[in-house]
Design a binder for this molecule. Structure first.
Ligand code: 6R9
Length: 646
């Protein structure tokens, strides 16, 4: 990897909120005097009742617990909206840019958003939603997604947003897991000119898992089925609701949301975040990572269905009084200049996106970018997966015209906000490195086998040695799974699941997942989830899924499938299996390669040797490593001989 250094531009060093020496000083203080550091930083939030104890944390199994800002009371929605009304009530909070540029957009000021959120909070109440109830949100990228989330937070209900690209089955599983009685959706979504049948998907999901209420936002106007007594139109309900709704005083540790994410085993986990720590953490990281000042136009291109959309579209920007663009569409519609046309249209200064989108655009050539103006851009961000130096260089040179620093932010659904990231006025950049820890974060590397701490320049498993305010608090409904997944492997540490290298300058280079999680276009997919979808097909007896390198997506999905005896492994069946997985999970889980395998490489104890399957998928077949424990070595020869050309 390139180790070229891009020093902090002079004007950034001079004007940014945090320069290099401020970073060193504050980072040191955040570790040596957490009490003082967080007392100051927590002032960014309006507390209804001040907190008493900074943290209550133990990573030991016997008394395992994580809590921050104990005793404090607040409402995160009031922090995102009410407190801005006096100073910036008429300032745009959300500038909504629709799927097609000719469709009229919408601008909601802080006052507009406040009115909409209070009204919808009353709609929720009128439909029986109480504090602590789980509300499933299955909406496209429209302001109503943020409105619904904030309305939940206002009354203390716990939202569970399900990405609108997920299938009815995946939606049903999530509704069932958190025992949610209400679903908020739209008639249809719209992405790249294509309609997504959201309401129909909800209807299908609720055949498996019934719910009492479905609130439907009319977006495209497409016709949808309507179940009397269960379904309610958003606009009808809102017309009868008061625009005034007091914000509930929430305990710092009251749940704020559940967000399902893929792990290395089993079904997706309901990652649960609470209120106080998440508010402080997201707001602080947003302010420093983007050097954000109210008035600047900020655009995070993530969907609200992912954690990046929760933290850096909905909560942090609004808490910080930002003006932001919310984009319904996709980067290549109506053409591949779309991102940059939107930047020009709204004079975007700060732009935050995923490497997969950048790689796809990079392939289309520079003209699509250079024919746009982009002079408003000051800062670029990257999130979701490692950004390869080639894509980094393109982003820096072509998109940002060498003028804009790139903040490559490493974090996870579990961490709530950015953990390892450059700060634009403080950190000299190395393309491909997420660089240095955020305040209060203590990363460390351990030997993956021995679990011993590695010092200095080293490569190993990335762990975090102590808690931070935005850390997830539990796996919904399964606290033991929370402990087992993240704290049992390397006792005393939070294990991230990522591999990482630390260089001689103390910069961190994330190398990707070292567990059975694949990162497809910045979206997490558990190999176990895809496998269980495949084996549900009546003709499949066994499946093993691994990641493979993919030019645009970062990683692709490679599935080895063993069919039932007597089944013909035809091209037709291969296509059918691909469609099957799309239907079971959603298009993001589409396998890139399906290889029929009469047998899978297994140890004598019956464990699938994924290491070998990974090597075959990576086309790295020269050295398959130790195959002596294989029960039947002939299986591997067969796999090698029948590898589909990709
Ligand atoms: C925010 C988000 C988390 C996983 C994480 C890692 C990968 C995210 C990255 C990155 C390298 C970055 N990841 N950001 N890898 N550099 N800047 O993406 O959350 O969907 O939970 O994914 O994504 O592998 O463990 P999530």
């Amino acid at each position: 990897m390139s180790e070229e250094l891009f020093p902090v531009p002079g004007e950034w060093a001079a004007s940014a909120k945090i320069n290099a020496s401020a970073y060193d000083e504050r980072y040191a203080r955040s570790i040596s005097d957490p009490e003082g550091f967080w007392r100051e930083e927590s002032q960014r939030i309006d507390w209804i009742k001040p907190w008493e104890t900074l943290k209550d944390v133990s990573y030991n199994e016997a008394d395992f617990r994580i809590g921050w800002f104990m005793g404090g009371k607040l409402n995160i929605c009031a922090n995102a909206l009410d407190r801005h009304l006096e100073t910036r009530g008429d300032t745009p909070a959300i500038i909504w840019e629709p799927d097609h540029p000719d469709t009229p957009g919408r601008t909601l000021t802080y006052r507009d958003l406040h009115t909409e959120v209070c009204t919808f909070a009353n709609v929720l109440k009128a439909n029986g939603v109480n504090k602590g109830d789980r509300v499933t949100i299955y909406l496209p990228m429209v302001p109503e997604a943020a409105i619904a989330m904030l309305a939940c937070a206002r009354i203390g209900a716990v939202h569970s947003v399900v990405f609108a690209g997920f299938s009815p089955d995946a939606l049903a599983g999530r509704i069932e897991d958190c025992q949610s009685n209400i679903v908020i959706t739209a008639d249809e979504g719209l992405r790249g000119g294509k309609k997504v049948p959201l309401k129909a998907n909800v209807d299908a999901a609720l055949e498996k898992t019934p719910a009492d209420t479905v609130i439907v936002y009319r977006h495209t106007g497409g016709s949808v089925g309507f179940v009397e007594g269960r379904d309610v139109w958003w606009h009808d309900a809102a017309a009868n609701a008061s625009p005034e709704c007091a914000a509930e005083a929430m305990d710092a540790e009251d749940p704020l949301f559940i967000l399902y994410t893929s792990g290395s085993t089993g079904k997706p986990k309901g990652v649960m975040h609470t209120t106080g720590g998440y508010a402080v953490w997201t707001s602080m990281t947003h302010e420093y990572v983007f050097d954000y000042r109210p008035g600047q136009v900020y655009w995070c291109a993530a969907d609200v269905g992912w954690v990046t959309g929760h933290s850096y579209v909905v909560y942090a920007p609004l808490i910080n009084g930002a003006t932001q663009v919310m984009f319904e569409g996709v980067p290549n519609y109506p053409d591949v200049s779309r991102f940059w046309n939107v930047v020009d249209k709204h004079k975007v200064e700060i732009f935050y996106a995923a490497p997969t989108a950048l790689r796809a655009l990079m392939r289309e050539g520079d003209d699509w970018v250079t024919k746009t103006d982009r002079s408003s851009l000051r800062l670029l961000g990257s999130v979701g997966e490692p950004i390869n130096p080639e894509a980094w260089d393109w982003y820096h040179r072509v998109v940002g015209e060498r003028r804009c620093p790139i903040v490559d932010t490493w974090w996870q659904t579990e961490t709530g906000g950015a953990m390892i990231t450059p700060l634009p006025g403080a950190t000299d950049l190395k393309p491909g490195s997420a660089s240095k820890p955020m305040f209060g974060v203590q990363p460390a590397l351990v030997d993956p086998e021995k679990g011993t701490l590695l010092k200095g320049a080293a490569s190993g498993a990335l762990v975090i040695t102590d808690s931070w305010p935005g850390q997830m608090r539990t796996v919904y409904g399964d606290h033991d799974r929370f402990f087992q997944t993240y704290f049992s492997q390397y006792p005393g540490y939070y294990f991230t699941g990522d591999g990482c290298r630390r260089d001689e300058d103390g910069y961190y280079w994330i190398t990707g997942r070292i567990d059975d999680v694949i990162n497809v276009s910045g979206h997490r997919m558990g190999t176990a989830e895809v496998e269980s979808a495949l084996v549900e097909h009546p003709l499949v007896s066994e499946a093993a899924v691994v990641g493979m390198p993919h030019d645009v997506k970062g990683q692709g999905i490679y599935a080895y499938v063993t069919t039932n005896a007597g089944t013909e492994d035809s091209e037709e069946l291969r296509k059918e299996l691909v469609q099957w997985v799309r239907k079971e999970i959603g298009p993001i889980a589409t396998p890139d390669v399906v290889q029929f395998a009469p047998g899978l490489p297994k140890t004598r104890s019956g464990k699938i040797m994924r290491r070998i399957l990974r090597k075959i998928a990576e086309n790295d077949t020269g050295n398959l490593g130790d195959t002596s424990t294989l029960a039947d070595p002939g299986v591997v020869d067969d796999l090698l001989a029948n590898r589909p050309r990709t």
